[in-house]
Design a protein around this ligand. Structure first.
Ligand code: PLP
Length: 442
């Protein structure tokens, strides 16, 4: 067999991977994928319990998405999006605006989550400059938040882990404290959970104190995914966002990970009953098949970008609005719309039962929580732990040996699978999780 792993080791540099860790978890050569399953070159089947970095809402190669890509590639592969337009981009924009029930008026396409965040931040700054509030130049963000790794987005990440090596290049964001609800349940959504916490009080006070200098507040609604799946409560979001907007601060919902059905509603912030000014989508937007992101913008932005030619918004990535990616997006949105409120709700209930089963079976689980189809377990050593203290890495290897892809964030193990899973996959995910936790932590 052609030794892809040796050729990979000689030629490639993988993201989010320390070279030494390749000895414990070498890359796995994948030959194909279907639904929630990855198929290795060696003929094994792996359950993709994290939807390949949270991208794959309907599983891999959903027939409607694949068909839309085939149809589109036969007609138009790409055309620059300045000065041209095409049907899939128009249809996807219309579909997203309709799904927002009129909360947003325009869609700006981008090509990665980070790129969408850059667009939303830059638009907010330029908006204030061109609307008579040039002193509003600072971005507020949440501690423990994650918004991507280009320099502008990175500066808004609330973990110094990501920021530290580049600190002197980053704009100085104002970080607000965030509550953690380690035992959050899906049924807590829509309640005032998180609103009456000291962190919420402190965040409100900081916003008030700095309001005159703030252009925008960027938040991941409900779940700070890369922040160890920290769940803050829909009440926290409602109070924070209403307060920011009352101070004239633009609120950007980063729904790149939590939007598009992931929490059981089309958009996560809907659970808090509030509106936002801009919303970033990415990851699953194309059905998880191609790079694509979007920023949805309320009607208030546009007037500030009319007037002098120099007031236009200058941001253009080469492949933004790509026809194949947006065609996949149109197909994926149709599948999602049909599944919301029906099969997705059933899957969320099944994941709750699965969470409880792991909780009961594993003494090493300190706390478990759920929002939609995101389930997380905080772990502590029970009767043993790995000698190097790298619990996450050891769990990843132990789960893979049981046929399931898990990629814990530090000591937090989580599931974020395709939105609808067959029973067989849920059963395997539970067994492999219990087995891996038992093997590594006792
Ligand atoms: C909430 C959130 N925002 C932004 C990003 C960045 O997206 P991308 O990796 O596509 O640039 C991510 C990626 O994980 C994310 O989870």
């Amino acid at each position: 067999m052609d030794d892809l792993i040796a050729r990979d080791a000689a030629a490639l540099w993988h993201p989010a991977t320390h070279f030494d860790d390749l000895a414990v978890c070498p890359p796995i050569a994948i030959a194909g994928a279907l639904g929630p399953w990855l198929h290795t070159v060696g003929g094994e089947r792996i359950l993709d319990a994290i939807a390949s970095w949270w991208t794959s809402p309907h599983g891999h190669r959903h027939p409607a998405v694949v068909e839309a890509i085939h149809r589109q590639v036969d007609v138009l592969d790409h055309v620059m999006f300045a000065g041209f337009t095409h049907r899939p981009a128009v249809e996807l924009a219309e579909g997203l605006l309709a799904a927002s029930h009129g909360a947003f008026a325009r869609v700006f396409f981008a090509d990665s989550g980070s790129d969408a965040i850059e667009v939303a931040l830059k638009l907010s700054l330029q908006f204030h400059q061109q609307s008579g509030a040039p002193s509003r130049r600072r971005i507020a963000a949440l501690a423990h938040g994650y918004h991507g790794e280009t320099l502008g987005a990175l500066a808004a990440c609330g973990s110094s882990l990501y920021r530290a090596p580049f600190a002197d290049l980053l704009h100085g964001a104002l970080f607000l404290p965030t509550p953690a609800l380690p035992r959050h349940r899906h049924d807590d959504l829509g309640t005032a959970a998180g609103a009456d916490t000291p962190e919420c009080d402190a965040a409100i006070a900081l916003l008030t104190a700095h309001a005159d200098t703030l252009a925008a507040l960027v938040v991941e609604p409900l779940v700070q995914c890369a922040g160890q799946m920290r769940m803050n409560g829909s009440g926290f979001l409602a109070r924070l966002v209403s307060h920011a907007r009352s101070l004239g601060v633009i609120v950007i919902a980063d729904e790149i990970a939590v939007g598009l059905g992931r929490t059981g509603k089309m958009f996560a912030h809907e659970w808090s009953g509030i509106g936002v000014d801009a919303m970033c989508l990415g990851k699953g937007l194309s059905g998880g098949a191609l790079p694509l992101s979007a920023v949805l913008l309320s009607a208030q932005f546009e007037p500030a970008f009319r007037g002098a030619v120099t007031q236009a918004f200058a941001h253009s990535h080469t492949f933004c609005g790509n026809p194949i990616a947006t065609a996949a997006g149109v197909a994926s949105l149709a599948v999602l719309t049909e599944r919301l409120g029906t099969t997705i709700d059933g899957s969320i209930a099944a994941l709750d039962a699965a969470r409880a089963a792991v909780d009961t079976a594993c003494p090493a689980v300190e706390a478990s929580r759920q929002t939609g189809s995101i389930v997380a377990f905080d772990l502590r050593p029970h009767s043993r732990q790995p000698s190097d203290g790298r619990i996450g890495l050891a769990l990843r290897a132990a789960a893979l040996s049981r046929g399931v892809l898990l990629r814990p964030l530090g000591d937090t193990l989580y599931w974020m699978p395709p939105l609808v899973l067959p029973d067989e996959a849920i059963a395997l995910m539970v067994d492999a999780t219990i087995g891996a936790i038992d093997e590594v932590l006792g």
